[in-house]
Design a binder for this molecule. Structure first.
Ligand code: CO
Length: 215
């Protein structure tokens, strides 16, 4: 008897259900991965990508970390983006934040949490850059919600500042980067109307002028 037995039981039941619907389900998935979407979301257990957007295995490539950050020195996130864009040729990158994000809240507070402080520091920098707007919001809940939204906006920019995304645009690859937010109180997604389709939407300083590939 293992502590994980219930999970293995769930797994076998899930496999049976999938095969009942489609006997070729796993053999087809094993042969090809061709998702159209890359999801960059929070690790929060209440924000599971596939369930929220109703997509099956094989339909969304997923990267999750605390507070859905895209940090330009994070080889993990950068490798995911490069692979998704260059090799999977995904068409949409979705940065999804969520209200009630513990990471965003922790960044707003002034407690030491250990190594994590260095990760959350990225959000403190965002707060600092937008302090005028944020400090004008009196209601603490609204202020926190707005910080969650601004964080998404900044991470969308960080995605667009990568050379992989800019090269894709230069090479005529159809690619949009979106910012959305999830409300853990009602399960609904909200479109933040952030959509970047090309380098013209990026600040000059971040434009990398990639050379067009000949191949
Ligand atoms: Co979170």
């Amino acid at each position: 008897m293992s502590d994980l037995d219930p999970l293995f039981d769930n797994n076998r039941r899930w496999v049976s259900e999938c095969l009942l619907d489609d006997p070729d389900y796993f053999s087809r998935l094993a042969a090809l991965q061709a998702p159209k979407y890359l999801w960059i979301g929070c690790s929060d257990s209440r924000v599971p990508a596939n369930q929220i957007i109703g997509l099956m295995p094989g339909e969304v490539f997923v990267h999750r970390n605390i507070a859905n950050l895209v940090v330009h020195t994070d080889m993990n996130a950068l490798s995911v983006i490069q692979f998704a864009v260059q090799y999977l040729k995904i068409e949409h990158i979705i940065v999804c934040g969520h209200y009630g994000c513990g990471g965003v809240r922790a960044a707003y507070e002034n407690n030491q949490l250990g190594l994590l402080d260095n990760w959350l520091r990225n959000i403190k920098d965002i707060y600092h850059a937008h302090s005028e707007e944020l400090e004008a919001i009196a209601d603490p809940q609204q202020k926190m919600n707005r910080l969650c939204e601004i964080n998404v906006m900044e991470q969308v920019s960080n995605v667009c500042h990568t050379t992989f995304v800019q090269n894709a645009w230069t090479n005529g690859h159809k690619l949009s980067v979106h910012g959305i937010i999830y409300d853990i109180h009602n399960g609904l997604l909200r479109d933040l109307s952030i959509r970047v389709n090309g380098a013209a939407q990026i600040d000059d300083i971040y434009q990398m002028s990639p050379k067009k590939k000949t191949a």
